[in-house]
Design a binder for this molecule. Structure first.
Ligand code: Z5A
Ligand code: MG
Length: 211
């Protein structure tokens, strides 16, 4: 099929460091879009429901170790295995709200010291988001939020490195920074003010990441 569609859905991605409120805001946004009469679906990476996702889950939970290269490629493969479904939904007019994407893949791997260009390669050609909402949160506030520290990457010093890489990846042509401080409702209003014009505009055909 062609990637052309006048009324295609828009791909909205949430990125940002641990506990910044991405999952909370994704859920609020889906609810809002549906209330306003849009077709909208929520997706999350890693998708821990697939067999690759299960391997990722075991790594994050510290049940198994993997070489840095291997886990990086598994995270990327986990996005590629979702690509057909995503494209079908977008071309069918459904907006997608996606909780983490290729930028997390690069940021968390490069923060370990891996080469940034190497890390970017496997995600080249994934569907490009129409908008990336980059959520920020003061690191001390983040570590005070519930459940911080349970998984492999949930350490303050490591999150600081991740944040630095995210800053390098920011592309002002389609990224918007949203401050994660404030009430869930206030942050949601800021998110919706960014997303609303995107869902109602013609963003042209689907594009590919970094091509
Ligand atoms: N990872 C990777 O290495 N490579 C990849 O390619 C990808 C991911 C895709 C798991 O991701 C790990 O995988 C992650 C990156 C790595 N490692 N780390 N760190 P995940 O998405 O499954 O991570 P998570 O466990 O869902 O946490 P999170 O996404 O970092 O949290 P969040 O979604 O940003 O925050 P939240 O769950 O919405 O909120 C956190 C808590 O704060 C929760 O109790 C909320 O109720 C509360 N909250 C939310 N908003 C507010 C406000 N406004 N005020 C007060 N409290 C709030
Ligand atoms: Mg989350």
């Amino acid at each position: 099929y062609s990637t052309m569609s006048a009324n295609r859905g828009k791909l909205i991605v949430f990125e940002g460091c641990d506990r910044s409120g991405k999952s909370t805001q994704c859920a609020k946004l889906i609810e809002r879009l549906r209330k306003e009469g849009h077709k909208a679906e929520l997706l999350k990476f890693p998708d821990r429901t697939t067999s690759i996702g299960l391997m990722i889950n075991n790594y994050l939970a510290n049940n198994v170790d993997q070489r840095d290269e291997v886990i990086h490629l598994l995270f990327s493969a986990n996005r590629w295995e979702g690509m057909q479904k995503m494209t079908n939904l977008l071309l069918g007019g459904t907006h997608l709200v996606v909780d983490r994407y290729a930028y997390s893949g690069i940021a968390y791997s490069a923060a370990k010291g891996m080469d940034l260009q190497w890390c970017r390669q496997p995600d080249i050609g994934l569907t490009k988001p129409d908008k990336v909402i980059y959520m920020t949160l003061n690191r001390d506030k983040a570590s005070e939020r519930a459940d911080f520290g349970g998984e492999r990457y949930e350490k303050k010093e490591f999150q600081a490195k991740v944040e630095k890489i995210f800053e390098q990846l920011q592309d002002p042509t389609y990224w918007q920074v949203v401050n994660g401080e404030g009430t869930i409702e206030d942050v949601h209003e800021n998110v919706f003010n960014v997303v609303s014009p995107v869902v109602s505009s013609d963003c042209g055909p689907l594009k590919k990441l970094w091509t």
